[in-house]
Design a binder for this molecule. Structure first.
Ligand code: HAM
Length: 438
């Protein structure tokens, strides 16, 4: 089968295949592991809610130019990893590789920056990067993020960091560390950039690396090759060249973190994959994950809003990796979340019983009780097995004779005890029985 391709030509779609698999490098989360996914995502979001961050739900694709300008044209994310395509109206759109640029766009578009500041927003969902898949590195990755826009206050930096730290800890995660640095401000950064370039241009670098030094010299400090690392070991560091105000800001952030009891290590060589960072910049690193050790990261981005056509307002935020946090919990041998289970399982013995149990189940659910039934006309043995597997505390066993007596059997699946209760009192009796077990 051929499908018209935007911009001309055809996609050739192979329709005769025996089975499908998820696209390469993209994890599916199915029960029971999906319960862990939900617990991690919701746990991280809860920490943000406790600090007053309001939910934003944004498009998963945007104008390509938003990311090129927002994330930075010299980054790997923009040059190599974006899922960019022309839509049927010939517009270039890109699946969001990260959340901050889209949040800025929405804040400007909806005029949130003209109301109470800081604007504090929280989001969660999928992001897309065409990276080489490996353990913990996916092409569809899930993040929980926050952005606090419009106030340049070290206490706000500390809040953002403390929220991330509290989010991880609320899940029981322990083996991570917070690395932090300052990338300077608009006064000291350009001077430092020149100083670093001067240092780099004096080194015997290959063509590609030299070019990188011209576009974004900081990125050369992030080069993983041993020989380049050795050459740049004595490079000047931003932290030693901060302006007085950037230095004071950084020291105050650290002071707040000390007071909050949030442990950190200063990493003056930290290089983030996105270009918008200024001043406070941080990463959460977990050693149980191998090469892909970053479970979250963020920082200030004081020039981003103006760069995207808005007011010159400051901002700070983080993105926490849900997938990697799950892997980190597994590495620590900890489980988050409870697999989906019900409180009560209905066992019908015959069609009339089934019809009655369908209605009873709806009544119990309306009262907030989790209920499932043995569907498919299974025999009593199979149905009781299903009841045991469901994790339910009780089974409701209903046969024809019970129906005639307006009774139903309430079986405690833990002890095996069974007693008859009036059908008219099922909701009240089951509620009481469940309360008695808690
Ligand atoms: P980021 O450091 O690019 O920052 O991503 C944040 C987190 O997302 C990473 O620490 C990692 O846990 C997870 N992550 C990134 N790429 C992958 C991948 N390929 N597979 C699995 N997990 C991944 C940002 O995206 C910024 N928008 C964060 C931010 C918000 N800064 C300020 N505000």
């Amino acid at each position: 089968m051929d499908l018209p391709r935007p911009g001309g030509g055809n996609w050739s779609i192979v329709t005769k295949t025996s089975s499908f698999t998820a696209p390469k490098g993209i994890p599916d989360y199915v029960p029971p592991a999906s319960a862990e996914f939900v617990a991690v995502r919701d746990g991280l979001v809860r920490a943000a809610r406790l600090a007053g961050y309001g939910h934003v739900e944004l498009p998963v694709f945007e104008d390509t130019a938003l990311f090129a300008r927002g994330v930075g044209e010299s980054t790997d994310v923009v040059t190599k990893e974006m899922y960019t395509f022309a839509d049927r109206g010939e517009r270039s759109v890109t699946l969001r590789p990260e959340g901050t640029a889209g949040v800025m766009r929405a804040v400007i578009e909806h005029g949130l920056d003209r109301g109470q500041l800081p604007v504090k927003l929280c989001y969660s969902g999928p992001f897309f990067r065409y990276e080489r898949p490996q353990a913990g590195r996916y092409r569809q990755l899930q993040q929980v993020g926050v952005e606090a826009i419009g106030v340049d206050d070290p206490a706000l930096d500390a809040e953002v960091i403390a929220v991330a730290d509290a989010g991880f800890r609320s899940l029981g995660l322990e083996g991570f560390r917070l690395e932090i640095t300052s990338l300077g401000d608009e006064t000291c950064r350009p001077q430092y950039r020149e100083l670093l370039q001067e240092f780099l241009f004096a080194l015997p670098l290959d063509e590609d690396t030299r070019r990188r030094a011209e576009i974004n010299p900081l990125r050369v400090l992030d080069d993983k090759r041993k020989e380049v690392r050795a050459l740049t070991a004595g490079a000047p560091l931003m932290l030693d060249h901060l302006s007085d105000s950037a230095k004071a800001h950084f020291e105050q952030v650290l002071g707040h973190l000390d007071a909050l009891g949030v442990p950190y290590v200063i990493n003056p060589r930290m290089v983030r994959g996105l270009d918008y960072y200024t001043k406070t910049t941080f990463e959460f690193v977990h050693d149980g994950l191998g090469a892909q050790s970053g479970i979250g990261g963020g920082g200030r981005y004081d020039g981003l809003m103006a760069e995207l056509g808005g007011q010159p307002l400051s901002g700070i935020g983080f993105g926490l990796g849900v997938d990697r946090t799950m892997l980190a919990l597994q590495a620590e041998g900890k489980a988050a979340g409870e697999p989906a289970r019900v409180d009560v399982f209905g066992v019908p013995l015959g069609e009339a019983a089934m019809a009655r149990l369908v209605v009873l189940a709806a009544e119990l659910r309306a009262a907030g009780i989790r209920v499932d039934l043995a569907y498919g006309g299974r025999g009593v043995k199979g149905a009781m097995k299903a009841a045991d597997r469901s994790g339910a505390a009780f089974a409701l066993v209903l046969g024809d004779r019970d129906l005639a007596d307006e009774q139903v059997g309430l079986k405690d699946l833990g002890s095996g005890d069974q007693r008859q209760i009036p059908l008219a009192e099922v909701v009240a009796q089951v509620s009481a029985a469940l309360a008695g077990q808690r």
